[in-house]
Design a protein around this ligand. Structure first.
Ligand SMILES: *Cc1c(COP(=O)(O)O)cnc(C)c1O
Length: 333
């Protein structure tokens, strides 16, 4: 007997209809706090997802692409580096490598697993690269770029042969970032460690996408970085959330003036604490009632931050702040 009817490639509508009641209740509680970015709900998810991946840390980000880009940057991949991945993956893998300022390069896959083949990686390193005697780094002979990281992709939910890849990476000082965007919860039996390991917890970091059609889909775009490296997790947290980039300096007005003379725009968010604003005069507060907020308001300075602020401009801002003759950093005070 055959069952009539169309079989769609993917059916998110039925899935979400089944989850509707649960999702609506979650949305209701989210609406109460409006902690849409960051906040306790994200932190709860980060804890749960880290536990699922058997990783110590998880940092939620905007997409799988962001997760991969941030993980590469946080792990120390530098603009101009080469990062090795495979040609059969979603193009976001190489987009993220490019966004991190690095250049992607490819090694072929193992036909049995569809994933990065350790033998090909070794061949690439030994025939197309040479070790720079002064830095110890592996340089691609043609481009002269240092090869600093590999991104094995656990394609279709099947983990790459991580034992072999990790071994080669260790021998060649390469950073391993797993693209686990299709492999939430996938398990790999490590012969080296004689135990099962979860995707995302084997390399320096693992990266996940919660794009709606993925193994674990969000109602929108989302992603996460998992890692056992505390410093890497901290760095990912630094590069993901800023809306405003605020520094604190004692002689704020003079630093601001110096930046203005150097053609660098700044603002203050916010110069007058609300209890001292006329609009709230009816609350009856006076100067001195909230001393910390008042002190901070005289020392904060928002530096330029927006998409498109390039690395040279960022460097110029940092340099100018540091060389400002008026600067008296709080830490030194
Ligand atoms: C989906 C996917 C990404 C990117 O994730 P987004 O959330 O869409 O940015 C990266 N790598 C692989 C292998 C993917 O399948």
């Amino acid at each position: 007997m055959t069952i009539a009817g169309k079989i769609p490639f993917l059916d998110l509508v039925t899935l979400h209809a089944e989850l509707e009641a649960e999702l609506v209740s979650v949305f209701r509680s989210a609406l109460k706090t409006c902690a849409f970015i960051g906040g306790p709900m994200l932190e709860e998810f980060e804890r749960d997802f880290a536990a699922l991946c058997e990783a110590e840390y998880c940092v939620g980000v905007g997409s799988g692409t962001d997760a991969l880009r941030f993980a590469l940057i946080a792990a120390g991949v530098k603009p101009g580096d080469t990062v090795i991945t495979v040609p059969n993956t979603f193009i976001a893998t190489t987009e993220a490598i490019t966004q991190a300022g690095a250049a992607p390069d490819f090694v072929d896959i193992d036909e049995r697993t569809y994933n990065m083949d350790g033998a090909r990686l070794e061949e690439y390193l030994h025939t197309r690269c040479r070790r720079d005697p002064s830095t110890g780094q592996w340089l691609n002979q043609k481009t002269r770029r240092p090869v600093t990281a590999i991104v094995p992709v656990h394609l279709y939910g099947q983990p790459a042969n991580m034992d072999r890849l990790q071994e080669i990476a260790e021998q060649h000082d390469l950073i391993v970032i797993e693209d686990a965007c299709q492999a939430h919860g996938a398990e790999y039996f490590s012969q080296r460690e004689n135990c099962w390991r979860r995707a995302g917890a084997m390399g320096r970091a693992g990266t996940f996408s919660f794009y709606p059609g993925k193994n674990l889909g969000a109602c929108g775009e989302a992603g996460a970085v998992t890692t056992n490296d505390r410093e890497l997790a901290r760095r990912v947290r630094v590069v993901r959330v800023y809306h405003l980039y605020v520094i604190r300096v004692k002689n704020r007005d003079r630093v601001q003036e110096y930046l203005a003379q150097s053609d660098i725009g700044t603002q203050i968010h916010y110069p007058i604490p609300l209890h001292l604003q006329e609009a709230h005069a009816d609350l009856g507060y006076a100067k001195g009632d909230f001393p910390i907020a008042e002190r901070v308001a005289t020392e904060i300075l928002s530096l330029p931050i927006y998409p498109g602020l390039n690395a040279d401009q960022q460097r110029r801002v940092v340099q100018t702040v540091l060389e400002s003759p008026a600067i008296l950093r709080l830490s030194a005070a």
